[in-house]
Design a protein around this ligand. Structure first.
Ligand code: AMP
Length: 175
């Protein structure tokens, strides 16, 4: 089964010039979804992962399934003012303006092994901010994993600079 067949290109969404990589066909096929979760987990089965973190909202879907696959817990990273208890936050640059994400201050204990996940890495801004949150809590980041990597953008380079390993299932070479 080739999971790439379950990623649908939607041109000009959410704005002209962007090719949106729609993962809903993958979610709609249980065998393709299970295979993608197995492949995301495979390199890290013996890594002692204790917590998987995902950024809302598509990171929650893969994050929860991946946590179950690895026998780990799940810690959500959310947009501002969504998490109810004490949080820490990180802001990052967008094309126009900035965005902020938050994690509960008690979500990760120092030294815990953490696997980061999102559906897709583009510029890497989101996952870089997520890694900074985990690092501030003392988490030991094992790697960051993605279903889709847009290789024409500097996402992997950003994670390399943080010393974080990148693992992706589908590499998109050009726009
Ligand atoms: P970035 O911070 O630039 O790496 O963007 C990653 C986040 O934006 C991920 O949570 C993706 O779900 C979303 N995203 C960015 N570009 C795309 C795209 N072309 N297709 C689908 N999702 C995207």
């Amino acid at each position: 089964m080739n999971i790439e067949e379950f990623i649908r290109d939607v041109p000009d969404f959410p704005k002209p010039g962007i090719v949106f990589k729609d993962i809903t066909p993958l979610l709609g096929n249980i065998e393709a979804l299970r295979q993608s979760v197995r492949l995301l987990a495979d390199p890290y089965r013996d890594s002692g992962v204790e917590i998987v973190t995902g950024v809302e909202s598509r990171g929650f879907i893969f994050g929860a399934l991946l946590a179950d696959e690895l026998g780990a817990a799940f810690a959500p990273i959310r947009k501002p003012n969504k998490l109810p208890a004490e949080t820490i936050s990180e802001s990052y640059e967008l094309e126009y303006g900035t965005d902020t994400i938050e994690i509960h201050a008690d979500a990760i204990s120092p030294g815990q092994k953490v696997l980061m996940v999102d559906d897709l890495i583009a510029t890497g801004g989101t996952i870089e901010a997520a890694c900074k949150l985990v690092a501030r809590l003392g988490g030991d980041i094992v790697a960051a994993v993605f279903v889709v990597e847009l290789c024409f953008l500097p996402g992997r380079a950003k994670l390399d600079a943080l010393g974080v390993e990148t693992h992706s299932l589908i590499q998109v070479a050009g726009e």
